[in-house]
Every structure is written in C-alpha cells, then in structure tokens.
Design a protein around this ligand. Structure first.
Ligand code: PEP
Ligand code: CO
Length: 459
C-alpha cells in the first residue's frame, strides 16, 4: 500500500487499531468485506481537484473573503433520492445563498449535506418498544427505520446502495447546476406567500426584488445568462461516520502525493466520534480533504486544541472548519473561551455556527423539534461574540429541506407544537422547511455587519 510520505505511520485502514465508536455490528463478516471490496474498486464520487478547490475557498472564508452556507437533511433517505426532492433542496440552498450574498456583499460557498449523509450516530445501540429490543436505526446506509428485526439488521449491501444514490444525486446536481438551474431570478420561482405573515414582509420583498434586479442587470451587462458567465460551485459534505465506507473511497493521488477521501468534498467529525485517540480522528488525520469538526458544550477547550494539533499539525489554511453547536443558552458561556483557546494554537480555522443541534427539544407530543427564535438567537449571539473577540464567523450550518414539512416551530407562519404532526417526515432531527430556511437567510443577511465604507462617488 502506498504510504503518505508526510505521515509514515498512517494508511486508510490504520484506524482499525483504535476504538471505533458508532459502527454497526454486521452478522456476516464475509458479506461485509465483499461489499467494502466492491466499493473500493468503484470510481470515486468526487475528484481531488474539486476537493483542493473547496479547500482554497475555505481558506479564503477563513480570511473573511467568503461566507459558507452548509445545509441539507439531518439524514438523507434512500427514498428521497428523487428528482423533485433534489431539485427543491438545491433550489432552497441556491436561493439562500443569493440572499446571503446580497446582504453580505461577498461570494457564498455552497456546501450541501448531500450525496452521502446516510449514516447517523445514535445515543444507544438498541431501541426498546413495548418490551421488544432491536438494534437502533443508524441511517439508510446501515439498516432500515421500520421496527422489525429484518429492517434493523445491518446489511452490507446498503453500503453499495448508498454509494449509488450518492452518485445519482451528485450527477443530477451537477447537471442542474451546469444548466443554470432554470431562472432562479424570476420572482415567480420564489414561493414568497409566507412573507405576508411576517411583520418584516416589506423588508423581505425588497430583498427579493433587489436580487432579481441585480441579476437582470448582470445578465444585460454581460449579454449572457448568469450561469454562463459565472459558474456556480456546489460541494458535497457528510458526517464521516461509517469508517469502512469512508476508507473504501479513500485514494492515493499521485499528483499531490496525498490521500483523499473521495466519497465527498468535505467530511466532518461528529460530536460523538471526536475522541482524541479514537478511530475517527485517526482516519481524518491522514486525508487531504478540508474537514469539519463539530464542537458542542461538552467539549473542553483543551480537547479542541488537541484535536487541532492532531488534525492540522502544519497549520494548513483551509483544512479545519470548526462547527460550533452550543445552543442559544450556552453560547455566551462557551464560545468566547473557545475562540481564545483556538487562537492560541496558531492554526487558521473557519468558524461556522450550527444553530440546530444545541437547540433540539421534545414537544409535548413527544416529537423532537426546534424553535425558529432559538435558532435565530444562537446565530445573533454567534455574530456578536465573534465580532467582540476580533474573530470572524465565516459560515452557517443548517438542517433544512426544500419541502413544506412541519418539524421546527415558529417562523413567519408561527408554526406551533400542534402543527408538528401535520407533515413531520424526518426520521431523525427536525429540519427547517422551505419558508423557514429562506426567512432565516433573510434575517441573517440583515445581521451581517455592513462594509465599513462603500463607494464614495464624487466626494
Ligand atoms: C448532525 O449534524 O446531524 C449531528 C449528529 O450533529 P452533532 O454531531 O453535532 O450532534
Ligand atoms: Co442532525
């Protein structure tokens, strides 16, 4: 096996010697190794130069020149690998990015939680209902959500089905983007009925009209549609949780003499698998991809410093993105110290706020939910704290869908706990729906500090 000249003690399977948490137990080891073997021979889902391009864009976001929008489902499902779902998800992400660019006056890097977000960490290995205990559902790449033994048995073939769906998703996303994603700037393409329910509706309408005018002007000035003169980039990301899947798509690239995880552009390490001596950190240490690290309130500043030392020993720009997910209640207590501790490491990092995972609660109906106002309040706090600390909040991370689901409460339509049952589809965490996601982007673009000075004509 070719070894990384910079990391002689690492190879894509070196994590096997470490404790690997959150991995499924497969009953048939031979079937598992046949599936992993097949996966290692199949072509990669992304290519190394795209991964390098994203890393450069993240480095530029670290310097405050770009802003990152990362979003998508908590867990993608195989069933939702359908054209309409993918179109809607891409549409909301692109629309949000236009709103953010408009407010922030800088390019937005778009990263989907897409094309591989199929494996989920769980708080327990088993689930018990009415006295029956079965393995927990760990995402469609592992087993199925139904509560029968057959559904819950981890199935190695699902690794291949997941790879295929990731490929189908990426293929469709790339085609949609190459085709310019049909008239994004036509106002009728924006479903804005909801804004009338918000006290801020005039502001929202103004933003959309102004974006539409700006795009018209741009196209008139260039004599060509927007997408022909300005390629839209879109990148894929997922939690690098299922290590055999990640390992199978990890390839040595001669040109750069490094290993790349080519199952996605940007994998991230979740909160539950960030142990310093654990298998996940060992795997991530050796790949050249830009990587996210989720940071929650239970992680000490020393832990985060040591993670950075291990994962970015050469202080490479663009390599590390810290995704803090403290919760609206904890962020003021936790974030300032974290920013100071990370600064002391000397490693450049991109700071992204995930205002979803620290704000999950259980409604009286038993459904998991999140309140729009808590999500917004964590974002507001994140911008304020970074500014006060002389640091930069360079991105946001959302769980969202382009659909009209009722999983989070609040927003312009004022969804309540009583509305949740109407269209609650998520198998795992509650997502913002189309309207809530767009509204959040509008609120966010208003939060961003304006440029210190604009053009001063004739003065
Ligand atoms: C997630 O992003 O869906 C997730 C499980 O997050 P975290 O690791 O931050 O809890
Ligand atoms: Co989630």
């Amino acid at each position: 096996m070719t070894r990384n000249p910079h990391l002689l003690d690492w190879h894509p399977a070196s994590w096997h010697d470490r404790p690997a948490t959150q991995q499924p137990t497969y009953a048939d080891p031979e079937a598992l190794s046949a599936a992993v073997g097949a996966l290692s021979r199949l072509p990669p889902l992304v290519v190394s130069w795209e991964v390098d391009a994203l890393k450069e864009q993240i480095a530029s976001a670290q310097r405050g020149e770009r802003f990152v929008l990362q979003g998508g489902d908590c867990a993608e499902s195989f069933e939702d690998c359908q054209s309409e779902d993918i179109v809607k998800k891409l549409k909301i992400l692109l629309q949000m990015s236009l709103v953010l660019m408009h407010g922030m006056k800088k390019p937005v890097v778009r990263i989907g939680r897409m094309a591989g977000q199929y494996a989920k960490p769980r708080s327990a290995d088993t689930e018990t209902r009415d006295g029956v205990t079965l393995p927990s559902y760990r995402g469609d790449i592992v087993n199925r959500p139904g509560f029968t033994l057959e559904d819950r048995e981890p199935d190695p073939q699902l690794l291949l089905r997941g790879y295929e769906r990731a490929a189908l998703t990426l293929n469709f996303v790339r085609s949609l983007i190459d085709g310019g994603f049909a008239d994004l700037h036509h106002p009728e393409y924006w479903n804005l009925d909801f804004v009338r329910h918000s006290p801020q509706w005039q502001g929202y309408e103004k933003i959309v009209n102004s974006i539409s005018d700006a795009l018209d002007f741009f196209e008139a000035a260039n004599g060509s549609p927007m997408h022909e003169s300005n390629r839209i980039d879109f990148y894929a990301s997922h939690e690098g949780l299922h290590l055999l899947y990640e390992q199978a798509q990890t390839r040595y690239i001669e040109r750069s003499k490094r290993w790349y995880n080519l199952s996605t552009h940007m994998p991230w390490i979740g909160m539950r698998t960030a142990a310093l001596d654990g298998a996940h950190v060992e795997f991530f240490r050796g790949i050249a991809n830009p990587m996210g690290i989720k940071v929650g309130p239970s992680m000490s500043t020393e832990w985060v410093q040591q993670l950075i030392a291990k994962l970015n020993p050469n202080n490479e720009p663009g390599r590390i993105t810290l995704i803090h997910r403290m919760g609206a209640k904890e962020i003021d207590k936790r974030l300032p110290g974290l920013i100071q501790a990370v600064r002391a490491t000397g490693s450049p990092v991109l700071w992204i706020c995930d205002p979803m995972h620290g704000n999950t609660e259980t409604a009286t109906s038993g459904l998991k939910t999140r309140r729009f106002e808590n999500i917004l309040s964590e974002l507001e706090a994140a911008f304020r704290i970074h500014r006060d600390q002389g640091s930069i909040l360079g991105g946001v991370h959302f769980e969202l869908t382009g659909d009209d689901v009722t999983e989070c409460t609040g927003g312009a339509r004022g969804l309540t706990d009583g509305d949740l049952a109407r269209a609650y589809k998520s198998q795992v965490d509650p997502r913002l729906n189309y309207e809530q996601a767009l509204e959040l982007a509008m609120r966010l673009s208003g939060l961003y500090p304006p440029k210190p000075h604009g053009p001063s004509f004739g003065r």
